[in-house]
Write a protein that binds this ligand. Structure first.
Ligand code: CMC
Length: 398
C-alpha cells in the first residue's frame, strides 16, 4: 500500500505467516505444529520431529518406517564431494566445511536447480522436492562427521543405516576404521537426539530467515542451506554455544565472575548464552537441556566448568543489569557444557546446532514455496546518504 515502516534488524516485522512453530516469548512456551517441545523431547525422536516440522503431522507407523529408511539410506556422500571435504585444512572450522560442502553439494545435484525447469519445479514435482529434503537431512550428519575426521586427520567412516540418526553420526566420528562391532554409547546418542529435537526449529531466527530469504530467489535448496548455515555460524546465533565455553574458560574461576560481570555491564564483554530476541522470561529449551546435562554427566563424568557456569548464571540473575533487560540463560548457555562433557572439540559445537536445524530450514523452505506469496524477499531502506552531486575529476578532489 506504499506505506514503509522503518524496522532495523526486523525487530517488529512479521515477514511470513506460518503453521510450523509457535513461540510465546512472555510465557516461555514453544510448540511445533501444536505439540509442546517438552512432549516432543520426552516422547519423540529427532527424525520423527523433523518429519512433523516438514510435513505438518506426526507420521503413521508406516510413514515413520519409510521416512527413517529413506533418510538413513541417503547418508552417503559422493566420492568427489568427500575429496573436496578431505582437502580442507586440518584446522578449518567445521562450520566452514559444512557451508562449503553444502554449496558444493548443489553442484552434485543439478536436477535440484529450479532455473533449469522453471519457477514451479518444486510445486509441480513433489518427488524432486522430497528427494532433496531426504538427501539434505541424510547428508547433514555425514558432512558433520566428515568435518570431524578431517580435523583428526583420520579416514572417513562410511555411514550405517542400521543405527539411529545420532547414533550413526557419533559412529562416523568415533569409530576406528574397520573396527568390528563398535557402537557409540546409547545414553550419549539418546542425549544428542534430545538436543537435536530442541534445536530442530525456532521459527524466524537469523538462519531460518536467511533460508527463506535466499530460497525466495528460487535458488536450489543446497545453496540456500549453505547460506542459512553461514548465518548460523555467527556467535550471536549458533556460534554462541562455542562462545559460551570460551567465555567460561576465560573467566576460569568463580572469584573472577564479579569483574567479568562489570565488563559486561560496561559493554566491554557480552554474556554469551544470555538473552533472546523473543523469549523475555525463560527459554523452555534450557530447562530440558539442564536435565539432559545431568544424564550426560552421569554417563561420562561431571564437566568441571559447570560450577563456574552455575555461579555465573546465579550472579547474573541477581544483577539489576540483567533483570531490567530481561536477560536469562538461553539454550546455548547449557548445550556447550554437554558437548564438552561428551568430548567434542569446542569449535565443533555450532555444527551440532546446524545439523538438526536443517530440518527447520527445510520445513520453512517447503512452506514458503507451497504457501508463500511467491514473491522474492526484498526489504526497502531509508536512504540517508548524500544528495545528487556531480562527479569530481581527480585534480578537483581535496
Ligand atoms: N550480554 C550483555 N548484554 C546483553 C546481552 C548479553 N548476552 N543480550 C542483550 N544484552 C543487552 C543489549 O546490549 C541491550 O542493552 P541496552 O538496552 O543497554 O542497549 C539490551 O540487553 C537489550 O538487548 P536486545 O536488543 O533486546 O537483544 P537482541 O534481541 O537485539 O539480541 C541476542 C538478542 C540473542 C542476539 C542477544 O541477547 C545476544 O547477543 N546474546 C548473546 C549471544 C547469544 O547467546 N546468542 C544465542 C541466542 S539463542 C540461540 C539462537 O537463536 O541462536
Amino acid at each position: 500500500n506504499g506505506i514503509r515502516v522503518y524496522d532495523p534488524a526486523f525487530m517488529n516485522t512479521a515477514a511470513i505467516s506460518s503453521k510450523i512453530t509457535y513461540i510465546d516469548g512472555d510465557k516461555g512456551f514453544l510448540m511445533h505444529r501444536g505439540y509442546p517441545i517438552e512432549q516432543l523431547a520426552e516422547k519423540s525422536n529427532f527424525l520423527e520431529t523433523a518429519y512433523l516440522l516438514i510435513y505438518g503431522e506426526l507420521p503413521s507407523l508406516q510413514q515413520k518406517k519409510v521416512w527413517e529408511f529413506e533418510v538413513m539410506h541417503h547418508t552417503f556422500l559422493a566420492e568427489d564431494l568427500m575429496k573436496i571435504i578431505g582437502n580442507m585444512r586440518y584446522d578449518s572450522h567445521p562450520m566452514s566445511i559444512f557451508i562449503s560442502a553444502f554449496a558444493a553439494m548443489g553442484a552434485f545435484a543439478p536436477d535440484a536447480n529450479p532455473s533449469l525447469q522453471g519457477r514451479n519445479l518444486y510445486l509441480n514435482d513433489k518427488l524432486t522436492m522430497n528427494k532433496n529434503i531426504i538427501r539434505i537431512i541424510g547428508k547433514a550428519a555425514t558432512v558433520a562427521a566428515a568435518s570431524m575426521r578431517v580435523r583428526m586427520n583420520r579416514p572417513f567412516i562410511a555411514p550405517r543405516s542400521d543405527m539411529t540418526y545420532t547414533e550413526n553420526m557419533l559412529y562416523m566420528m568415533d569409530a576406528i576404521s574397520g573396527a568390528e562391532g563398535y557402537r557409540p554409547d546409547k545414553r550419549l546418542a539418546k542425549a544428542l537426539d534430545i538436543l537435536f529435537i530442541l534445536h530442530a526449529d525456532h521459527e524466524m531466527n537469523c538462519s531460518t530467515a536467511t533460508m527463506a530469504h535466499v530460497g525466495s530467489s528460487l535458488v536450489d535448496p543446497y545453496s540456500a542451506i549453505a547460506a542459512a548455515a553461514a548465518a548460523l555460524y555467527g556467535p550471536l546465533h549458533g556460534g554462541a554455544n562455542e562462545a559460551v565455553i570460551r567465555m567460561i574458560e576465560r573467566i576460569g574461576t568463580v572469584d573472577k565472575i564479579p569483574q567479568f560481570l562489570e565488563d559486561v555491564k560496561s559493554k566491554k564483554e557480552l554474556l554469551f548464552g544470555f538473552g533472546h530476541r523473543v523469549y523475555r522470561n525463560t527459554d523452555p529449551r534450557s530447562k530440558i537441556i539442564r536435565e539432559v546435562a545431568e544424564t550426560v554427566f552421569d554417563a561420562v563424568g561431571r564437566e568441571p566448568l559447570i560450577d563456574v557456569a552455575i555461579a555465573l548464571r546465579d550472579a547474573a540473575l541477581k544483577d539489576e543489569f540483567f533483570i531490567s533487560r530481561k536477560l536469562f540463560p538461553n539454550v546455548d548457555y547449557w548445550s556447550g557444557l554437554i558437548y564438552k562433557a561428551m568430548g567434542f572439540p569446542l569449535d565443533f559445537f555450532p555444527i551440532l546446532f546446524a545439523v538438526p536445524r536443517v530440518a527447520g530450514w527445510l520445513a520453512h523452505w517447503k512452506q514458503s514455496l507451497e504457501e508463500g506469496n511467491g514473491k522474492i524477499w526484498r526489504p526497502r531502506q531509508l536512504y540517508v546518504g548524500e544528495p545528487r552531486r556531480d562527479y569530481l575529476l581527480l585534480e578537483e578532489r581535496s
